[in-house]
Design a protein around this ligand. Structure first.
Ligand SMILES: O=P(O)(O)OC[C@H]1O[C@H](OP(=O)(O)OP(=O)(O)O)[C@H](O)[C@@H]1O
Ligand SMILES: O=c1cc[nH]c(=O)[nH]1
Ligand SMILES: [Mg+2]
Length: 217
């Protein structure tokens, strides 16, 4: 399974990553959402280089010419609710993509224990399509695994791109065991070393959904 970790190279993405992590900046929710969206835009550009291309002929005002353009549009799937700004970043680049939405949330039994609940899925058929699933946080990897399994009920994609802003080392190892090796690529801004006792990523950034949209009761 190919894994791409963006912060291993220098790029402007690292500036946005630093701002979403920074406790003195991340409280500005408009900026937080926009930074996540900008990370999505940069990742969408990088993933666009992995798509199949074909030449098309175009008429300019002066002559005919050819450009290589994507031969297919991916299906953009995201996990509600924290996935929405990252998803928007991808939509900004893939104009004609189909979209899929899955809800997943942690229902706490007590302060340390939770189940992940999937209650909603809206997706096109996925057979032989390139599926991109975005979620800013891969902590245990449980939400991504369940969302992926829910999406599989809509058909077998030809390739799956898993996209996150921050992943824990544990989630990467878990998804490597759980998702089909030969046709999965994981793209993440950074891989962080630890999960705390509440299964939050450390150093991480805190609760991405709350920082985007406010606290849940
Ligand atoms: O890898 P996991 O251990 O499953 O944790 C990651 C999940 O947690 C967050 O969502 P959350 O459950 O907080 O829901 P929200 O988007 O409504 O905030 C995040 O957006 C992931 O979906
Ligand atoms: O660190 C984490 C883990 C789950 N969800 C988040 O938003 N942050
Ligand atoms: Mg949350």
């Amino acid at each position: 399974m190919k894994i791409v970790t963006f912060n291993q190279a220098n790029s402007i993405l690292n500036q946005y990553l630093a701002e979403v992590r920074n406790i003195n900046i991340q409280g500005d929710s408009l900026r937080f959402r926009r930074n996540i969206e900008r990370i999505g835009e940069i990742m969408a550009y990088e993933i666009s280089r992995d798509l199949p291309y074909h030449p098309i002929e175009i008429q300019t005002p002066l002559a005919k010419t050819c450009e290589n353009v994507p031969a297919v549009q991916p299906v953009l799937a995201t996990i509600l609710r924290a996935g929405l700004p990252l998803h928007q970043g991808f939509l900004n680049y893939f104009d004609h993509a189909e979209n899929a939405f899955v809800s997943a949330y942690r229902k706490y039994i007590d302060i340390e224990h939770f189940d992940i609940h999937i209650e909603y899925i809206a997706s096109p058929r996925l057979d032989n399509k390139i599926l991109i699933i975005t979620d800013p946080m891969l902590a245990t990897g449980g939400s991504m695994e369940l969302a992926y399994k829910a999406l599989l009920t809509k058909g077998e994609p030809s390739h799956i791109h898993i996209v996150s802003v921050l992943a824990s080392q544990q989630a990467i190892e878990y998804l490597q065991k759980t998702l089909p090796d030969a046709k999965t690529t994981i793209w993440c801004g950074a891989i962080d070393p630890e999960l705390n006792e509440h299964s939050y990523i450390v150093p991480g950034l805190g609760d991405a959904g709350d920082l985007c949209f406010g606290e849940k009761e």
